[in-house]
Ligand binder design. Structure first.
Ligand code: DI6
Ligand code: FE
Length: 409
């Protein structure tokens, strides 16, 4: 057997179902990569029989799947530090809007930028994630809110994937906020369904459809219309649900057998069996919880009890989670939500893959899976969640190729 790359002398954190079930993992061994895929795994002794174009000494470090950030809004223009200052002085939502803050202010800033400019500012944020071993990222639209600008955002998201060593999954989030040119939410939802989504779909720019089901955004019924439209185009749904209040958005995603329900601070206990039954992943966003000073915790213990897969993501966005670090968010998940470091790692690997419908190709170290891997100079996987900015990857592999972590971010 001749392979492209043989990595020897590594502890492997496969993040497979066996790991969840408490099986010991991390024996020292070797792994062979071929044609961008994981080809073989075995002992050091067996590795002696493998011919390889390139052999890497893993130095006894830990190898994990490439990290997956399954919920971001990293394509946007401008920044909202003024709003941050106002909030710290106790300003209300209305005052912030009056002073030009809130989602719609990011919409204005995003609309102003050309595709090339938007690509540039978004690349910087993406690089921060990639430096930490992220090899797949989901990116949402939702700061364009008209045909031209939603298309622009999603095209930029696709271009980011073509120009960086990362797989990008795109999500259409037209139902994020009511843009200034509309005064009626139902009319805006009709516009999204009749005009924007069909165009986005025609251009093959969206892999999924999302919505913000919240008092300050859209009602359950309005979000249901979005789900119907997505279904008629064969697109899976995800939902921003139960972040600030409980509109039973999670049960809506379950009805449509969607990919994920995200945020969940106010998730209703009765909806947990429904999302489990529908195979929906629960995505927790500890960065938004932290930044907004939220105190109402998501029902982690019930999610565990019902064995709902829990993913965690950065939610990188300018308003509620200006945090370009998935590792720091893993720490926040442990400190704030009392996830174990193992749960946090599963949350950015196998379970994050599930939130994107990619559980059969990424998120685990398993034969036949994509060779997206990160080698960490750590003594135990818990070290990834334990601190902030204490750990960085030794090597990153995307589809079997070693990628240089970018210097600046
Ligand atoms: N939930 C959030 O926390 C963000 N969007 C959403 O649906 C807020 C985004 C922003 O303020 O720009
Ligand atoms: Fe979000």
């Amino acid at each position: 057997m001749t392979v492209d790359t043989l990595i020897r002398n590594v502890h492997i954190a496969p993040m497979t179902a066996e790991v969840t079930n408490g099986q010991e993992y991390g024996n020292t061994g070797a792994i062979a990569l071929k044609n961008g895929l994981i080809h073989w795994m075995g002992s050091e002794h067996e590795a002696n029989n493998i011919e390889s174009s390139e052999t890497i000494d893993g130095g006894g470090y830990w190898l994990t799947p490439g990290l997956i950030d399954c919920h971001t809004h990293l394509v946007y223009g401008g920044q909202r530090s003024r709003e941050f200052e106002l909030k710290l002085q106790g300003a209300s939502y209305e005052q912030i809007s009056r002073e030009g803050g809130g989602i719609v202010s990011t919409v204005s800033e995003t609309r102003k930028l050309s595709e090339a400019q938007l690509f540039e500012v978004s690349s910087q944020r993406l690089r921060c994630l990639l430096n930490e071993g992220v090899t797949t990222v989901e990116i949402k639209s939702g700061y364009g809110l008209d045909i031209q600008n939603e298309v622009k955002m999603l095209r930029v998201a696709r271009m980011l994937g073509e120009n960086h060593p990362v797989s990008v999954r795109t999500t259409f989030l037209g139902a994020h906020a009511l843009p200034a040119e509309f005064s009626n939410k139902d009319a805006y939802i009709r516009f999204l369904i009749k005009e924007v989504l069909p165009e986005v779909h025609r251009l093959k720019l969206a892999d999924a459809v999302d919505f913000f089901c919240e008092g300050i955004a859209f009602s359950r019924a309005q979000c249901e219309s979005i789900c119907q439209a997505a279904k008629s185009l064969g697109l899976p749904v995800k939902g921003h649900v139960e972040q600030l209040s409980n509109l039973r958005g999670a049960s809506l995603v379950a009805e449509y057998a969607g990919l994920s329900v995200d945020h969940l601070e106010y998730l209703h206990e009765d909806d947990i069996p429904l999302i489990k039954k529908a195979g929906v992943t629960a995505v927790l966003l500890p960065g938004a919880f932290y930044f907004l000073g939220e105190t109402h915790l998501p029902p982690v213990e019930s999610l565990r009890k019902h064995q709902v897969p829990i993913a965690i993501a950065s939610d990188l966005n300018p308003g509620s989670s200006p945090i370009a670090s998935l590792l720091n968010v893993m720490n926040l998940a442990c400190v704030q939500f009392k996830l174990s470091p193992l749960e946090a790692l599963l949350g950015v690997t196998r379970h994050a893959a599930g939130a994107l419908g990619l559980q059969d190709s990424i998120g685990q170290i398993k034969q036949g899976y994509d060779a997206d891997l990160v080698l960490w100079p750590i003594e135990s996987p818990a070290q990834l969640s334990y601190g902030m900015n204490l750990v960085k990857p030794e090597r990153i592999f995307k589809a079997g190729k070693q990628v240089q972590a970018a210097q600046a971010c």
